[in-house]
Write a protein that binds this ligand. Structure first.
Ligand code: ATP
Length: 446
């Protein structure tokens, strides 16, 4: 490590002579000492894409640069623990498998394609590695699935319908990371409303709280649980460990949630595979209330976590997505139809008029509205409402949309009481374009 620092410092001295010039030599670390008037923030992010440029600094900010350099060294040290050496790290940056990003002055790296043991969704910071949130296996038949998945007791939790966040401390700031490994500006803004994160992370800086943000006023999802009638809520379900892909054991996790007053998903407690009758009763109850389903978590670490959803949630999924059906894989809809039919059959429910009507409406009504809009020359749009604590984070949400290639435009922002109430509109151009081509009479083979 010391040796690498010397190497870099040596190169730095050399490069100071070159400052201001663009160097073509391949393996050289370039430092650009630029004039104060240049917008350095913009340049610094650009420069990070070209990993040979380690820094662009204003001539009077050399100390800051040294800090930055040490941050770089600590990132290399962190990833070296998962067998990623400097060459692989730099190659991954060059190939954009790892992409640098920044939020409120904190630089973090998003893994967008698997690198060594790090999977898509992982975040690398100079405080450690925040591993991706793993996918959960699904069962379609509750009784058979449970019997196949578990021989030992398991815990049952409600599956809350929202979007996933991993809340972690990076340096002295706490951020909410999305499944796609971005800092989510909306969730990060709202952390203060979710729980006393300062007291939690002061005592547990190496833990990561995972949970669902759910409610009708969220910037991503059209669905929300029936018991969140306005705004959003946070529902924790997992605690993971920094620099490890492991979770805190379930009972300890529940204890921490309770100790720090962290709101959680509904916990149904401990069950065994022979409790299937009770589970069916609970799931029918959830279906009637309009909830999404269950997640089953093993007590025996050799067994896997599984999920199971209600028929109603399948219909709602189809209803909120079918307006943009042309953008989805057909499998999205067929899997939901199959899930709902399995649900009916296993629970001795009829495929009655009402269910058929609801399915037809979920699939066709929103799509019909889309076609009608395009035929009338209108863009297909989706409206969202959200609440923010800090005005400056509204802008950050739109910057985030821009990065994710989401075409969203602010309609209104107004401070009412405690919050900034924001309305925005998402333009769904790919769906519009596909439908418009058909409407215009374009020929195609299918
Ligand atoms: P879905 O299962 O909703 O179609 P997905 O395609 O993201 O979503 P997975 O990758 O298997 O599916 O992830 C399961 C999702 O369930 C996660 O995004 C997680 O946030 C969410 N979830 C909701 N409630 C829970 C819970 N109690 N335990 C674990 N995960 C939960």
């Amino acid at each position: 490590m010391t040796c690498s620092i010397c190497k870099i410092l040596l190169r730095m001295c050399f490069l100071r002579i070159l400052s201001g010039k663009k160097c073509k030599q391949k393996n050289l670390i370039i430092i650009l000492l630029i004039d104060k008037t240049v917008n350095i923030k913009k340049w610094r992010l650009q420069a990070l894409h070209f990993n040979k440029i380690y820094a662009i600094i204003h001539t009077d900010r050399f100390t800051l640069f040294i800090t930055f350099l040490f941050k770089y060294m600590s990132i290399l040290e962190i990833v070296s623990k998962v067998d990623i050496n400097e060459d692989l790290w730099n190659e991954s940056l060059e190939e954009h498998s790892i992409v640098p990003d920044e939020f409120d002055g904190t630089i973090y790296y998003r893994v967008v394609k698997k690198v060594g043991p790090l999977k898509k969704g992982t975040v690398v910071t100079d405080s450690g590695i925040i591993y991706d949130f793993p996918r959960i296996a699904r069962i379609l038949h509750l009784e058979n699935g449970i019997k196949r998945a578990f021989s030992n007791p398991f815990f049952v939790e409600e599956k809350v319908d929202g979007y996933n966040v991993r809340i972690a401390k990076v340096q002295d700031q706490v951020f909410a990371f999305s499944r796609g490994s971005y800092v989510c500006p909306f969730s990060t803004d709202r952390l203060v409303d979710f729980f006393n994160y300062e007291s939690f992370f002061n005592e547990n800086p190496d833990l990561i709280v995972c949970g669902e943000v759910a409610g009708p006023e969220n910037p991503y999802n059209g669905e929300s649980p029936p018991y969140v009638t306005e705004d959003v809520g946070f529902f924790a379900f997992d605690i993971r460990i920094n620099n490890s892909d492991q979770q805190v054991p379930l009972e300890k996790r529940y204890k921490l949630f309770d100790e720090f007053g962290i709101p959680t998903v509904t916990r149904y407690g401990r069950y065994t595979p022979s409790d299937i009758k009770d589970l069916k009763r609970h799931i029918n109850d959830l279906n009637e209330k309009g909830c999404e389903g269950f997640v089953f978590k093993p007590t025996d670490p050799s067994e896997t976590t599984v999920k199971y959803v209600t028929a109603g949630s399948c219909l709602r999924d189809m209803k909120v997505t079918s307006s943009l059906m042309t953008e989805y894989q057909a499998e999205f809809f067929t899997s939901r139809m199959l899930r709902s039919l399995f649900y009916l059959l296993e629970n001795d429910l009829d495929l009655n008029e009402e269910f058929l009507k609801k399915t037809g409406e979920a699939l066709l009504l929103p799509l019909f509205e889309s076609v009608k809009m395009v035929a009338g020359g209108e863009m297909i749009t989706e409206k969202f409402k959200v609440r923010f604590n800090k005005k400056q984070n509204i802008k950050k949400l739109f910057e985030h949309f821009h990065k994710c290639k989401v075409d969203a435009n602010l309609v209104r922002q107004e401070k009412i009481g405690k919050y900034w109430h924001v309305e925005f509109m998402r333009r769904c151009f790919p769906s519009y374009e596909a439908i418009q081509k058909y409407w215009d009479g374009n020929l195609h083979f299918d």
